[in-house]
Design a protein around this ligand. Sequence first.
Ligand SMILES: *[C@@H]1O[C@H](CO)[C@@H](O)[C@H](O)[C@H]1NC(C)=O
Ligand SMILES: *[C@@H]1O[C@H](CO)[C@@H](O)[C@H](O)[C@H]1NC(C)=O
Ligand SMILES: *[C@@H]1O[C@H](CO)[C@@H](O)[C@H](O)[C@H]1NC(C)=O
Ligand SMILES: [Zn+2]
Length: 653
Amino acid sequence: MILLNKLKNFQIFGTFLIFLFALEESDERYIEGLNVNLGEALQFLREYDREATAMCNRVTMAQWQFVTNITDNYRRKMLDEQTLKAKFDRASWRKAVSFAWSRIPDPLARRQLKMLATRGRNSLTDDKFNEIYHLIAEMKELYTRTRLCPYKENDHQCNLVLDPDINKIMAQSKDYKELSYYWRAWHEAVGPPLKNKYMRYVRLANQAARLNGFADAGDQMREDYEDDSFQQNIAEVISAVTPLYKHLFTYTRHKLIDRYGDVIRKDGPLPAHILGNMWAQNWQGIYDIVQPFPAAKKLDVTLDMMLQGISPLRMFQIAEEFFTSMGMIPMPPEFWRMSMFEKPTNREVKCTASAWDFCNRIDFRIKQCTRVNMEDLFSTHHEMAHLQYYLQYRDQPLLFRNEALPGFHEAVSDAIGLSIMTPQHLHRIGLYNNSTDDYESNINFLIMIALEKITYMPFAYIVDQWRWRVFSDGDADMTTRWWELRLQYQGIVPPVTRSESHFDPASKYHVPADIPYVKYFVGIVLQFQLFESLCDVAGHVGALHTCDFYRSREAGRLLSDVLSVGSSRNWKDTIREMTRGRTDRLDAGAMLRYFEPLAQWLRRQNQMEPVIGWITSQEDTALFAHWYKSKSTCLKPTSIALLLILNALYWIT
Ligand SMILES: *[C@@H]1O[C@H](CO)[C@@H](O)[C@H](O)[C@H]1NC(C)=O
Ligand SMILES: *[C@@H]1O[C@H](CO)[C@@H](O)[C@H](O)[C@H]1NC(C)=O
Ligand SMILES: *[C@@H]1O[C@H](CO)[C@@H](O)[C@H](O)[C@H]1NC(C)=O
Ligand SMILES: [Zn+2]
């Protein structure tokens, strides 16, 4: 969200905080007031629902108008609406915390009040509230305005943007020096100017969280998961996935040594810049280097789509039929009338595919500059799965028209994706008549998916581990701590020496933009749990990665049940229902079963390797750990030594 200078005019809560401290706290954790009148609480929630719905509709409409017709006029209108919404949210928070909401007997009312009372930074004074929102807007602006000069000196146009220019080079170039240039140029253009602003942001976010009853801003972010053992749960998941990650890593290292030679140690970590992605979070860019069986057929139905003359509109009809074949909700008429299916020629638009809920139970749209190819066929299903989720929970009150827990929207769309991208499914919809089910194609397929999802796990895990530690332990050695985590979980090191002034964590948008990250980790884990559950009820037999629940009414019924509750109850109940009682936690089991054929194959490939995973040497840690120079000395050597020992132990056991 972007906010305008207008926020400076907020004068509503000048003296409110003083009043707040006088309020009683019935739960030592949360801030709440004295009002226990159920009738008044219900009345407030009814009014809130009505006003917030109208507000949500107007903001969403203004955003839609802007992104589908980029003009200064629409940008201004959008920012105005967002400012009004921020003001409304601030007033609603104040009303919500005047109730002793934890003692309101009606559980659904209590849950809604809690959502209003524990979110946002509305506990700050006007000055500080304005300051943090301007700070975040400024950091986002600095990040998105960054441009790089090209690698080749003879070209003096310094206007390369991260997306798509630099991302594309990172994925496609195989030139070690060129990649190193872009990696370094990006990190050093973005990080240093953001460091001081980020430190101020940390202080303000912590203040807001403490005034709202939390230990720090990380504690407040984790509140969304309503689970005291959440940290332990995700730590267990990453441990369970690490052996598979290390096998994939080891096999990839072998292939990279074949390619780049002895700049890479046979038992060492990998340099961050040659994995096909700026953050080494998705390695699909190096599929051509690591693909196990180059001769086996590659899954691609683009040609079939062309030959059959499939149009973008037809792609949306195919996606809709996937859901109706399972007995789920068809797209409403407004969807077909109001969506943007193709890139318009008469105006500028933002092309990122997205799914829209206009908060009025009627209007739902997709915006996508659809091209006729396999990638966009998958994307069409992905976005429509988001819409299906909106449709399923549309009868809930506004506050419950939301995913069961952060990350679940993506998990649902991606679980559908796992079904429709199987050769089996593409064959059933008449697009892949020449499909072959040989072993080599299967391994190619699985490694392709693993390069996207398994390699992402450690990165998706560490971003918030780092952020939460900064919130709880302070802003000393932020860059060193970032690289400690990168090395410990991802097994990567920077291609060139780092210092604290580089502030490398800011190279990832979500850090300066104040967007929580662990939801992406949760999303990957849950997509496999959901996928396996749907395959189970659909009666799938055989390897999990070949499952397609198309046309399964049973799967459709289970999915509808899971989606239609929205966020009206604790997500653990939803996971228990989804897995039909098997678990109510995040569990890596389904993911590991999905990749089991690949894991077996990798274990065989890696038999001759000296080390599965990596051994960390002094030379690696010297790239970023400068404890011998720094003033805060004592802790660093131990934590690095511990890191060395842990990695070595892992390898021995
Ligand atoms: C886009 O915006 C311009 C300028 O405001 C307006 O004239 C035009 O009708 C808009 N086009 C669409 C399709 O909304
Ligand atoms: C399918 O296979 C047939 C026979 O091998 C070939 O003629 C045809 O071009 C293939 N179709 C596609 C879309 O690859
Ligand atoms: C594939 O087979 C289906 C039915 O068997 C047919 O309708 C479709 O046209 C075929 N597609 C291609 C590309 O040959
Ligand atoms: Zn999505």
